[in-house]
Each structure stands twice: as C-alpha cells, then as structure tokens.
Design a protein around this ligand. Structure first.
Ligand code: 3H9
Length: 690
C-alpha cells in the first residue's frame, strides 16, 4: 500500500489499483482530498494496473465540496485538474459508492468511467439546499444521463436518489453486495476490462439531451409549474439556465455557463443564509454543559399517552424508527379512532410509493394499544400528549411516577406549560423533560426539547439523541411561556391583530408575509386552523374582530368562510363581508382607519419577534441565536433562504432594528421597547449570530 498523503492511499489488487480516500467525517472535497484524488490517479496510471477503483473509507463516499472552505483560499489542485485525470484516464475508473455521493461527490463520480453502489447508498445534487447550483459539471453531466426534466427535478429539490432508482436512471451502472463494495467494484472493473470496452465518458453521451432538444418548451413549463416553490430564490432559476445550456450548447460551453452562474449564486445572500442554516442545525446538537460523551439511557420501548392527533403522530415517529410503542387512551373508541388514523396515514404514504405495504404492517405491528396506564411499566421513555391543561398534566405525572420503572424518562408534550411545575408532581423531577412536537408530529421536523431546572444531563443527552433517531431536529430550550417559537410567534400575532384594527385588511398583511417567503400569512393560517379554536359562543362579547367573525358564523376554511371566502376547491378570495366587519368594528370603537404601508406591516410583524428573540437570549432560554433560527426554519415556515429571524436581523443591521423599534415605541408605546441585549449589541456594532 502506498500512502499518497494524509487522506489517500493506493493499493494494487492484481490488475486493479484501488485508490482510497479517507477524510472523516464525510470525505468532503478539501484540498488534501483533491490532492489525493489527483496524485493517486497519476500514480495509478503510471502503475501496471489495468483498471482503477475509487473508493472511500468511513461512513460515506464523498459527500460534496467542503462547505467550510467556501470563500477561503484554495490549496492543492483544483477540481478541473482532478476531473481531467479521472475523465480522460486511459484506464477505466469505477467509483464505488456507499453512504451518500452528494454534490461535488456525485460530480466526481460522474467523471469516472463507471459507478457501482451498494443497495443502501444514495446519490444526489443537493446544492440548491445551500442556495447553490452543482458547480463541478453536475448540471452538464446529469442531464446527459437522465434527461433534462428529471435532472431539473433532482437539482431544484436537492432530493437524494436511492441506489435502486440511481440504477434505473443510469446514474449508477450496477449494484454490488452491501457488505462487499470493494470486491464488487473490482469484479465489475475486471468484467469491463475483459470486454475490452474503451472507458466511456458521460460528457460524450447525447441521446437523452437530443430528445430534449425536440421539446424547447420544457424549460418554461418547468418554471411555471414550480414558480411558487422557487419564489425568492436565485439558485433554481440558475439551475434551469444551466440545464438549458446542457441541452443547447456544446459540453465545454455548457461548463463555462455553469461556472459563470455558480459565480453568481455563491455570493448571493440566499446562499449565505442557507449555508449558515446548514451549520446552525448541526450546532443545535452541541450543548456546552452536556458534552457529547455524557451517558445516555437506552430507549428500546416507548409509551405514548393519548392517541389524538399529537399522540398518534408522535407514536408514528417511533414506529418509523423501528421502536415499539404502547399507546394508552382513556376510552376504547378514541383508541380505535387513533390507531385507524395512523393506519390510514401509513396507507396513504404507501399509495404514494414512499413505503411498501409490508412497511405499513411492520410499523402497525410495533404499535400496541391499551386502556391501562400500567402498561407503561416497562417503557424506557413515556411521552404524555394529553390536553394542554396544567391540572390534568400534573395528575398524569403523579400517576406516571407510580407506574414508570426506575430511570424511565418522563416527557411532557406541551406547547406552553411550565415543565418545572409538571416535574414537581413527581418524586423524580430529574427524569422529567419537555418535548414540544409540532403538528402534524409525524411530518414536522422540529422538536423543542424543554430543560427543566432539575432535568438530569443524561436525560437531556438521551432526549436529544432520541430526536435524531426519530428524524427530528431537537433544539434545547428553557422553561418560559410558549418556549422559544410560540413566545416569538405571539408577538407577531399581537401586531398582525393591531394592524388589522388600524386599517390593513387580512389579505394585505398575509401578502406582505407571503412575499417575504412564509408559506402563508397569519390570517390564512387562522382560517386553516379554524377561527373558533378556543372560542366559546356563550362567553363571546364581540370584543375582537375574531369574535365578531365567529359570532357571524365565519369559522374558517372548514365552512368556506373565514377572513377569506373559499370556493369548492378551497381557493381563497378576499371577502367583502370580512372587510365590512372590520370597518364596522372600527367605526363602533370610534377609530379612523388609515393606509398602512407594506414596509410598516413587515417591520411591525417581524421586528417585535426579533426583539423577543433577544429577550429569550438575555434570559438564557435559548443557548444561541442560531438555535432560535433553527426553531423558526424547521417549525414555523420561516423562509430558509432568509436564514431565520436572528440571522435576518443581522443582515438588516441591529442598529436599524433598534432605530425602527424606537420609532414605533414613540408612536405606539412600550410594546416596541428594544431589549437591553439588542440595544447593547447594536451600540457595539455586533451581531446576534457572529
Ligand atoms: C457542493 O458540493 C458544491 C459543488 O457542486 C461545487 C463545488 C465547486 N463540508 O450531517 P451530519 C460535517 S456543495 C463540510 O451530522 P449525517 C457536518 O457539519 C455540498 N462539512 O452527518 C458535521 O460536522 P460536525 C453538497 C460537512 O451522517 C459532520 O460533517 N453536499 C459537509 O447525519 C457530520 O454531518 C451537501 O450539501 C460538507 N460538505 O449526514 C451534503 N457535510 O460533526 C451536505 C457534512 O462538526 N451534508 N459536514 O457537526 C449532508 O447532507 C450530511 O452531512 C450527510 C451526512 C448526508 C453527508
């Protein structure tokens, strides 16, 4: 074995040279990795080997460019030199893929003569998730393999492609046994050597794009079909232009187009925000006083109390991860209904082809329904998802205290309540923690993990790890009303309601927030949830616009009329009735309505949220500003390309935020008073996220 450098080795196995890259954690294309690829290829070409296998050590094939290296000076050979060595090799080269061949990693593989993969491997060009485009030939080579339409789909969603699909699409040439990638790759290249085939190059393939040239309208159709999803972002449009170039320009010109457009996206504010979020999400796992080597408790069996929407969704997360769950409900009827809903959800997923019918049965088989809380006795973790009421929760925890085995983690799924008070209902507050899942809990990625004053460190570490196991982004927060997300959201809602009372219509406010990048505004959201949530006819006194709406039977999407009017396809239209209600409400209160600018709507809805985020940091209820951003991006539809409220505030400049808050404070009172931390950072010219 020859050591090429600190991350590369070259070995010969008979007539095949095996070039291994081993650069933890994910073999990213750093300077040393590029050097090992380049120099390793040159040495393999000089050797008497006839074919070459490129393989990686550790958990994955090359997972992309080194994201930490963007914007820093390059060391070692450039990617073009690496690609030249691989693509123009006189000896056939096969990329042997395990884990994930992503971004620049897949682009490396596409310059090899062939690709083989183990069945569990995945491929993909996820650059768009970082606000980028595949800038190492991916936009030119992938369409040549799979055609423009599929390539556009993959590159604008960034979705990973299973090994089986990669094989079907021609991205990989053969699947090899899961436990013998190296042997499979060597056997594959020997087969090719025996056939005497000249090493093929993806760049020379023309059949797919020749077909695409016959359909010049395909790009505009794609643009139109995805306009809503792409709004506010540069990268998807740049990807489309690159693929147009792949179809219509010679390969080398297409590469030049790709490089030119990559130069644009890499300096875009969206990409800066999205790359920031990539690391923010991973940073959330790091808790200063709970280091990675803190012990964990084994979680092999879980109990969920409540089979309603939340309990059912939470239970599904565990079943998806292969962990058995006992679900306890008070009444047989509710238990049956809950389990039937779970089955229906799984069957719908199977209908879409995302899981098999056997998966449905396997997951259902992991769920055991019961009417008896004593069945929680052997659970390692029990998650309570009952009604959001302190007395009920305290009663439940007092009971769980008697039933749960020693060392079991007792979690409360609450959106607002004081976890310390709930923990005090037990004799073991150190085992109690909050897990605030978001609805629908089987879909939404966020879980706020609420640390009580007495929660033990191993309970925190275990719960963070459990979140990862069940595919959630766990973010640690402290006890306060509404924790981080809902506490900040309340500020936005207060202002949205205030602005409504001053003269803006619901659709004006919604439009500003939609254009900012949210999937929907607060009033469309209220219509979706139902205006009568938490409204009681007998107590209603026409004291808010919402109350008046409910009193006049405007309940939201469910009965076709809320802030908006809905047609039979649930398409919303501004409602003249709502407008009348708002105007009459103001007249009764003796208020003059005024025109409110989009700028004022945006500032008054977002800046108080940012100010609340600063207070949360001041009080230590979130560990860092990037945790707040992670919460907003993964749980509240904050547009990823804005990077979260705190990152956005940094981009605007904290001095400007303070100045605008003071402006509104002068006009409208103390609600807008900037927090001490915000004022301090602004005065010092600092940022939340530096
Ligand atoms: C690109 O390729 C551009 C080219 O087209 C053009 C170039 C000219 N770089 O996620 P994990 C770190 S753009 C640097 O927890 P998992 C990560 O921060 C790139 N570091 O593990 C973490 O560090 P720490 C296109 C990276 O097993 C550690 O690795 N590629 C990179 O759950 C473990 O990560 C992508 O976008 C990187 N590229 O998931 C792929 N990737 O332990 C991005 C990871 O200190 N990566 N790290 O917190 C992923 O999607 C996942 O990391 C992966 C593993 C699926 C690979």
């Amino acid at each position: 074995m020859v050591k090429i450098n600190e991350v590369g080795t070259l070995e010969q196995d008979g007539d095949v040279a095996v070039l291994t890259i081993d650069s933890p954690p994910v073999n990213a294309l750093s300077g040393p990795v590029r050097a090992a690829l380049h120099d390793g290829m040159l040495q393999a070409l000089k050797s008497d080997a006839k074919g070459i296998v490129l393989i990686c050590g550790g958990r994955t094939f090359i997972a992309g460019a080194d994201i930490t290296g963007f914007g820093k000076a390059n060391t070692g050979p450039g990617l073009n030199e690496v690609f030249d060595a691989l693509e123009n090799s006189t000896k056939p080269v096969v990329a042997a893929i395990h884990g994930t061949a992503l971004g620049g990693g897949l682009e490396v593989a596409l310059t090899c003569s062939y690709r083989v993969a183990v069945p569990s491997a995945k491929t993909g060009l996820p650059e768009v998730k970082l606000g980028l485009l595949p800038g190492a030939g991916g936009t030119q080579r992938l369409p040549r393999l799979v055609g423009a339409e599929k390539a556009l789909g993959f590159m604008t969603t960034g979705d990973q492609i299973s090994a089986a699909d990669s094989l079907k699409l021609g991205i990989v040439d053969e699947l090899v046994p899961e436990n013998d990638l190296r042997g499979g790759a060597i056997a594959f290249i020997r087969k090719k050597l025996a056939a005497g085939e000249k090493p093929p190059r993806v760049r020379d393939r023309d059949e797919k794009i020749a077909e695409d040239r016959k359909d010049p309208g395909l790009f505009d159709r794609f643009r139109k079909a995805n306009a809503r999803q792409f709004r506010g972002q540069l990268a998807p449009e740049m990807i489309i232009q690159c693929v147009e170039a792949a179809v219509n320009q010679p390969f080398d010109d297409g590469i030049k187009t790709e490089q030119r457009l990559f130069g644009k996206v890499i300096v875009s504010p969206e990409s800066a925000a999205m790359r920031y979020m990539f690391f923010a999400e991973r940073q959330a796992n790091k808790i200063p006083d709970v280091p990675a080597d803190t012990p964990t408790r084994p979680i092999k069996k879980v109990g969920v109390l409540g089979a309603g929407t939340m309990g059912g969704g939470i239970a599904m997360n565990f079943a998806n991860a292969g962990i058995p769950v006992t679900i306890v409900e008070a009444k047989q009827e509710n238990l049956d209904k809950g389990l039937a809903t779970i089955r229906r959800n799984y069957e719908n997923t199977a209908k879409k082809g995302r899981i098999t019918a056997a998966d449905v049965e396997k997951r259902m088989g992991l769920l055991k329904g019961s009417l008896d809380m004593n069945d929680f006795a052997d659970a390692d973790m029990i998650i309570e998802a009952v009604f959001e009421n302190m007395d009920i929760k305290k009663d439940v925890f007092a009971k769980l205290d008697k039933i749960a085995k020693k060392g079991a983690i007792l979690a409360t799924n609450t959106s607002y309540l004081d976890v310390n008070e709930i923990a005090a209902a037990t004799s073991r507050p150190e085992d109690v923690i909050g897990t605030h899942f978001f609805s629908p809990a089987n879909v939404m990625r966020l879980c706020e993990i609420v640390r009580g004053d007495k929660t033990a460190k191993d309970v925190i570490n275990t719960t963070m790890k459990v979140a990862k196991t069940i595919n959630k982004v766990g973010v640690l927060v402290g006890v306060c009303h509404g924790f981080v997300g809902n506490r900040m959201l309340a500020q936005r809602q207060i202002q949205a309601n205030a602005i409504l009372n001053e003269g803006a219509m619901p659709w004006d406010i919604d439009r500003v927030l939609y254009d900012y990048g949210f999937p929907m505004g607060p009033f469309a959201m209220s219509d979706l949830a139902g205006l009568d949530v938490g409204w009681f006819k007998e107590k209603s006194t026409s004291s808010t616009i919402r109350e008046v709406m409910c009193e006049t039977g405007r309940l939201g999407q469910k009965n076709g009329k809320g802030f908006y009017d809905y047609d039979e396809n649930r398409v919303a239209k501004p409602s003249p009735v709502t407008e009348k209600i708002i105007k009459e409400f103001a007249a009764k209160a003796g208020k003059n309505l005024r025109d409110i600018s989009d700028e004022e709507i945006l500032e008054r809805t977002l800046y108080p949220m940012i100010n609340e985020g600063a207070k949360i940091l001041e009080e230590g209820k979130a560990l860092r500003a990037s945790d707040i951003d992670t919460i907003w991006i993964t749980g509240y539809g904050f547009p990823l390309y804005r990077g979260g409220p705190m990152f956005y505030a940094d981009q605007i400049g904290l001095a400007k935020i303070v100045e605008r808050l003071k402006h509104y404070e002068k006009q409208m009172g103390a609600f807008f008073k900037p927090s001490a931390l915000l004022e301090k950072l602004a005065a010092e010219g600092k940022k939340f996220t530096s």
